[in-house]
Design a protein around this ligand. Structure first.
Ligand code: UD1
Length: 369
């Protein structure tokens, strides 16, 4: 009997997931309009739940309301993992799907992959195969576990393909499709817009920095964090630093007695405003992975406060540079930027805005042969 319809669970849980699912959902819709029998059930785990971390992104990126919200909320790594697994398993037992499609490397990604595979629901991983080699980051554990039980890998780079082959994955399960986060960037760039505080904060194009910090290693220890902020203020030559503060970072920041005057502390920004700020910045200081991909595509200099990256192409091809976590490295790096010595960078292969379409085309072939 030939399969006539296939139901895909598209899983999203935390902020960086939302940019990655949007083009996939759009591509499914476009195929359905041409008669495709692919169906989607959008499952939000509730890992991120604030409007600024979730709802704003759904609205700006035109993502439909989730069909199911598991509403797990915050917790320790194990608490979150467990809550997502229990609730997603319940959903699958009640109403099974034909595929669990997970994106990125957040806790929701790993938890849903485990619950699905144990019920013999195959797993597809968008952004599979990337590795930092740093087991100190929860995301690396999430990547390793997810990829160990993934059936089909949709990758963003040939380095990721090579990592998977090294781990014994056969070529027939690996598909180098490009980058869905960049699909979203390219699809929305004409709509980027200045945030409401732009004029009031006295911001001018090319005359400020953007900073995002939320890794536990950088922000959980208040003394280390205070030192880092001092080093930032010494390195930016009196330019303002727009700092959208992640909820995790806000907790540490609130406990600091004083903050450098250069900082413009703002709430987490919606997608269109955040990328407007990045596009027009002199440079970006970050510990995010996704931001290094976006700065690479926009050609904006990016300084990453980490020792490793799972996205080496942002360094070897793009505008990103890893300077480690010692704040003393910031000043020499920004001096080079001010001296006009930053690399120009180029755009990695297949980061062309069509990854979502490629993924959905492949899924159709795999699920409805
Ligand atoms: C998670 C991801 C990380 C991603 C980041 C983007 C994991 C392991 N980490 O980290 O890869 O880069 O999201 O933001 O999945 N909180 C709120 N409101 C929210 C969500 C969280 O206030 O909507 C607070 C809670 O106090 C929570 C803390 O932020 O304890 C951290 O949230 P969590 O989802 O555990 O991890 P992130 O640090 O956001």
């Amino acid at each position: 009997m030939s399969v006539t319809e296939a139901l895909i669970d598209v899983i999203a849980g935390a902020r960086p997931n939302f940019m990655k699912i949007a083009p996939i959902l759009r591509a499914v819709k476009a195929r359905q309009q041409r008669g495709s029998k692919l169906r989607v059930r959008l499952v939000h785990t509730g890992q991120h739940y604030d409007e600024r971390m979730s709802g704003d992104f759904f609205r700006q990126l035109g993502i439909p309301d989730p069909d199911v919200n598991l509403e797990v909320g915050s917790g320790t790594q194990a608490e979150q993992t467990a809550a997502i697994m229990v609730r997603y398993e319940q959903l699958l037992l009640k109403a099974p799907s034909d595929l669990c499609l997970v994106v990125g490397d957040v806790t929701s990604t790993m938890a849903c992959a485990i619950a699905a595979q144990k019920l013999r629901v195959p797993v597809a991983h968008v952004e599979g195969g990337i590795r930092s080699g740093d087991w100190g980051m929860p995301e690396e554990i999430n990547r390793l576990v997810t990829d160990a039980i993934t059936n089909w890998f949709f990758t963003t780079s040939e380095v990721a393909d090579a990592n998977l082959r090294k781990a014994g994955v056969g070529d027939e399960r690996i598909f180098f499709v490009g980058n869905t986060m960049i699909d979203t960037l390219l699809a929305n760039q004409a709509q980027f817009r200045a945030p409401a505080f732009w004029a009031e904060a006295g911001l001018q194009q090319g005359q400020y920095f953007v900073m995002t910090l939320h890794r536990p290693a950088n922000v959980d220890d208040s003394q280390g964090f205070a030192k880092l902020l001092c080093a930032v203020s010494e390195a930016v030559r009196d330019l303002p630093v727009v700092f959208p503060v992640h909820p995790r970072t806000a907790k540490t920041l609130a406990a600091l007695p004083d903050k450098p005057a250069c900082l413009r502390l703002v709430d987490p920004q919606p997608y269109l405003e955040f990328n407007y700020l990045v596009r027009h910045a002199r440079g970006v200081i970050t510990d995010s992975g996704g931001v290094t991909e976006e700065t690479t595509v926009m050609g904006v200099p990016c300084v990453t406060l980490r020792d490793t990256t799972e996205r080496p192409e942002t360094v070897t091809i793009g505008t990103n540079e890893l300077i480690g976590t010692d704040p003393a490295a910031l000043k020499p790096a920004l001096d080079r930027l001010f001296d006009g010595k930053w690399k120009k960078g180029a755009i990695p292969d297949k980061w062309d805005g069509r990854a979502g379409e490629r993924i959905v085309g492949l899924l159709e072939g795999l699920l409805i042969p």
